[in-house]
Design a protein around this ligand. Structure first.
Ligand SMILES: Cc1ncc(COP(=O)(O)O)c(C=O)c1O
Length: 430
């Protein structure tokens, strides 16, 4: 087993042997070395159907030929010089056309950097330091927005985050009335963050009308409203959830698909707020009023792939196909649950599929209840599926994309049925 020996080497030089805590796995992770479309192959040559698709960044599939060609050409022409270049203008123009909130665009190094910058802009514009965020929503790993990332827990899920910082972060339940009360009772809150899909790419869906409600509320109160569309941008529709639902935030954070599945991110938003980043503006003696740098912002290599990806995704056809494949997957999983008499549910919006193992409905449940899958079920499902050559995202969720075909979906459903049957046989599921 090559993965086992790679993991042993990794443990000697990398904490936990991994570069991202969610890649940790006992007895060891599987190491991959090739991916094409919706399939990938591990270092021992075993093939997997992939429902992780690069943490939801590769909606066009792995190694899409047009993206690969655009990036290869740019690599040979000018990968990166730390100068302005034409492709960043083209990229920004695409986002401006597609996203209703994108009067202005600033590129960043990642989704986490996007939410950091949006929050700095929110504080600068409002003149108030605190941020309100929704319980369980994820906005990256930086200090200011980690508190509340684990649903139902009112502390930051990490050592090393100063109390002085977590005191600036206010968690609201997923309830408009609660949001309104907190905004009213704490005059230091200036910015409101919402993950546009609902927590963790929609595993905890937003109640109907929530985005519109929070928009109306923040319009009345003057708080800066940020939609985190790192997942939903270009997935829920070419213009993200905001275009699909017709609700425009003040600022939007983007990454993943918007960068063509290559490293990077962007903040887009209202001109008067975004122009605080302009070195031609001065406020309180500072020019630019809000400072933002970053060596690899809008790197040409990334911009080349991003522009090509956005061009392909701008028609909405890929999203329509991906949504249909996710619906087929959800139907297939629910049919398995019914046939095997398991009280569980497959659900999800757009091109996502989430699993809930506490009954046939998630109505009325909060994030902590929805996401409390018994560890033995998580591990049994993950191990059983990997053994059969199927890889999920976040253990109990999937995303679909352009290269998923009905045949691949049906093949995965068969492996899912066999895995669930084993878990019933072993008493892990009843
Ligand atoms: C909604 C959301 N916001 C922010 C981030 C952070 O993005 P990155 O991993 O690029 O830092 C993620 C990552 O999964 C995300 O899902």
């Amino acid at each position: 087993m090559k993965s086992q020996s790679l993991s042993a080497r990794a443990h000697a030089v990398m904490p936990g042997g991994v570069s991202h805590e969610l890649r940790y796995k006992t007895p060891h992770p599987i190491y991959f070395e090739r991916a094409q479309g919706a399939e990938k192959w591990d270092v021992d040559g075993k093939r997997y159907i992939d429902f992780k698709l690069g943490a939801a960044s590769q909606i066009l599939g792995h190694a899409h030929p047009e993206i690969a060609e655009a990036v290869a050409l740019q690599m040979a022409r000018m990968p990166y010089t730390a100068d302005c270049h034409p492709l960043e203008v083209e990229w920004a123009e695409w986002l401006n056309r597609l996203f209703p909130s994108a009067a202005r665009v600033r590129f960043t190094g990642s989704g986490t950097e996007s939410t950091m910058l949006a929050l700095r802009l929110g504080r600068a514009h409002s003149g108030r330091d605190k941020v309100l965020r929704i319980d369980g929503h994820f906005h990256g790993w930086h200090d200011m927005l980690m508190k509340g990332a684990k649903p139902g827990i009112n502390t930051a899920p990490s050592l090393g985050i100063p109390h002085a910082v977590t005191d600036m972060t206010v968690i609201s339940p997923l309830d408009l009335g609660a949001v309104a009360e907190l905004l009213d009772s704490d005059p230091q809150i200036g910015t409101v963050f919402v993950e546009a899909s609902g927590a963790n790419y929609g595993s905890v869906p937003l109640p109907d009308g929530f985005l519109q409600g929070v928009r109306t509320l923040t319009d009345q109160t003057g708080h800066v409203l940020v939609f985190d569309e790192v997942i939903t941008g270009l997935r829920w529709s070419p213009g993200g959830r905001q275009a699909r639902d017709g609700v425009t935030p003040d600022l939007t954070t983007l990454a993943k698909i918007v960068t063509g599945g290559l490293p990077g991110g962007a903040v887009v938003g209202r001109a008067d707020i975004m122009d605080l980043l302009s070195p031609s503006e001065t406020r309180d003696g500072l020019s630019p009023p809000v400072s933002h740098k970053g060596t690899f912002n809008a790197a040409p290599l990334v911009a080349a792939g991003a522009v090509k990806a956005i061009e392909i995704l701008s028609t909405g056809d890929v999203q329509t196909h991906a949504d249909a494949m996710a619906a087929r997957l959800r139907d297939g999983f629910n049919a398995v649950f019914r046939a095997l008499d398991v009280q569980a549910l497959a659900y999800g919006d757009s091109s996502t599929c989430h699993l809930y193992f506490g009954g046939r409905s998630i109505d009325g449940l909060d994030a902590a209840a929805i996401r409390k899958t018994p560890p033995a079920v998580v591990k049994g499902l993950r191990d059983g599926l990997l053994e059969r050559g199927v890889d999920f995202m976040s253990f109990t969720s999937c995303v679909t994309g352009l290269p998923h075909t009905p045949d691949l979906i049906d093949e995965a459903v068969v492996h899912f049925r066999d895995t669930v049957s084993d878990l019933i046989r072993d008493g892990v599921l009843s």
